[in-house]
Design a protein around this ligand. Sequence first.
Ligand SMILES: [Cu+2]
Length: 454
Amino acid sequence: MGVAIIVVLLVVGTVLFHIFSPWWFTPISSNWGMIDTTVDITVWVTGFVFVAVNLFMALAIWRYRHKSGSRALYEPENRKLETWLTVVTTIGIVGMLAPGLVVWAKYINVPEDAMEVEVVGQQWQWGYRFPGKDGEFGETALRFTSSTNPFGIDPSDANGRDDILVDSNTLHLPQDRPVKIWLRSKDVLHNFAVPQFRAKMDLVPGMVTHFWITPTRAGRFDVLCQELCGIGHFVMRGSTVVEPEADFNDWLAGQATFAEQHKRSVDVDAGKQSYTVCASCHGQNGQGNRQMNAPKLAGLNSDYIERQLRYYKKGIRGAAEGDTYGQQMAAMVNTLADDQAIRNVTAYIATLPDQPVAHTIEGDVADGKSIYRNCSACHGRQGQGIWSTKAPALAGMNDWYLATQLQNFRSGVRGSHPDDEYGQQMRAMTAYLDGEDGVRDVIAYINTLDAPDR
Ligand SMILES: [Cu+2]
């Protein structure tokens, strides 16, 4: 009797939880209302079966409970009952799955007038490519991939020259226009998902998959990697900005093509000129100066330096309340007039000799080593920095500066700005650090890594 009541209570509780749960779909913002319908059908069919089977079980437990003297009837075959159950189950399953096939066919059959964009997944970021004026994507292959060609475009393919490359986690899309989304992975399985679009698909290394959507509502929506196994997929957070077509076109016009990115030249002498200001804090050889709280720059990855300088300029870094040192730096970046000046000074810094630094922090190296296993997925085993993950070198850098930065990420002084895509990843990663001891220990371990050849 008790068990029957518990089963009934479980059924009632589950149904109530479903109805009153705060976790419902986010408001939809694409044409794929059909996907919600198929989910609803599945919930109705499985929900009905769940309630019916469990209530029947409760009834059977109560009705046929043990009574002394009564005997069970043994009936191994019942054609009528079996036929009836088979027919009903078949109808239920067909009703549940057939609509999904219809929707799937629509989901991958792209309308003729759709524009195209390619989503490129890699550990642990997204990038996006548009076909450019000619409407054709250039061929790609992994062997072409390098820090100056992160999308791996075949340099000899004319179609690739005008491809527009967005090396950022943020994708803009025009509202009310069908878009064909191509999906390509550079390394492992990823899964591109935008919950508001009700659209997602795996990116499979070695093949190119696709689906299409029409975004119907303007706004900024999260892009998630829903490939959940693996150390860093959960930090592959990006955004899609859906906006009126005119705004989208403005944004697209501001993105560089493959050819433009390769035409960029640098003037190291001009960079040397600009660097005289920087030298007063960072040192003549970019060796860092603790009195000024200015870190070593020599040996830092150039693309990282460029990005940080742009961040300071746009207020993405160094503008937060409480970021005293960052604010000092942000004031100085105004001596660099534009993007060209940023590239020049970075090119000059790349010529500075990388010298060893004094160690100032001690801690439990063994504990630091076990923490660092997670960090190495992006910063490299030797802390040398990896261009493709956008994570800078840590080995051979000022340990006091690494400590401030880890504290800044932890407290949100750094990495909280909505446009600080990579700082946000680092913020999430500081969860591996168990308080200030963890910061000390991991830095003590980083101090043991050889300054790599760069
Ligand atoms: Cu992923």
